[in-house]
Write a protein that binds this ligand. Sequence first.
Ligand code: ACO
Length: 311
Amino acid sequence: NTIDLEKEFQRKLDAEEKIEPKDWMPDDYRKTLIRQISQHAHSEIVGMLPEGNWLTRAPSLRRKVAALAKVQDEAGHGLYLYSACETLGVERDDLLDQLHTGTAKYSSIFNYPTLTWADMGAIGWLVDGAAIMNQVPLCRCSYGPYARAMVRVCKEESFHQRQGYEIMLSLCKGTPEQKAMAQDALNRWWWPSIMMFGPNDADSPHTAQSMNWKIKRFTNDELRQKFIDATKPQADILGISIPDPDLKWNEKTGHYDFGAINWDEFWAVVKGNGPCNKERLATRKKAYENGAWVREAALAHAEKRKKKSAA
Ligand code: ACO
């Protein structure tokens, strides 16, 4: 009966045992996971676009190889995550449809343009750095398939973060023009990266429940603070400055204080009105349409093999 099932679900959560696809779970737990995992998958796939923009213009063969590998990793992350999401009883086509019709969200960060090569450095350093901060705790998420997918994703994300930081280091040790490019990229990517963690806890409708279910292990504000604390010393090593005059070490709290976040900008981007939202969605839709023949051919091939093995 339902009470026993609920008890068993809660016992597993309390004992830090994973919830697996065939286990009983509350409807809202399932819904929350489908929402979060699908948005995460969409973010990985849309996240290929800003850097894809620079693959043909990477400044050396070595840079191009790393950039290609990174963008391919993101495709892989998206595919893992769609698969993890499908274990909850949804169809991938329906999830993609939600992305294409604008009813599913994806991370706000990918709606900003990549104007210079330094943006490849800033994205790896800041955006992937923020992603790791958010995703390492997801390796301990209560839902087994999501947690396991995150282990490999996080290993790859840390390579992405390092390749980005290394681009920044090279630029900062380069000519004054190169260092200025790195500073400009930090200026443009800092605040959007801070916003990636989502609304303040007081304005986050899902955090409390997701923490109870051990889907989230830290709140949005906790992760944002950890990220700022870790990143400020890295900016100091680069010798460039974070564009926040209120960023100051606080002896009492043992953390950096920081300035006010422009939440109007965040919500405008989330609601579809960021600098690149329309372009990103149009590119994804076109890629999906152009891939129709591949899906049809794969289905036809599978049908043919099925008939052959039945004969
Ligand atoms: N961009 C777009 N939407 C966001 C963002 C963001 N940066 N942050 C929060 N939101 C949305 C939430 O999805 C939610 O909308 P919904 O109810 O329509 O789903 C709403 O704002 C309220 O936010 P929260 O209550 O804080 O939502 P939640 O508990 O899901 O926390 C978070 C948001 C932190 C993004 C969480 O979903 C998460 O950890 N997701 C997995 C990681 C992820 O998706 N990363 C993507 C970027 S990293 C990368 O791809 C390289």
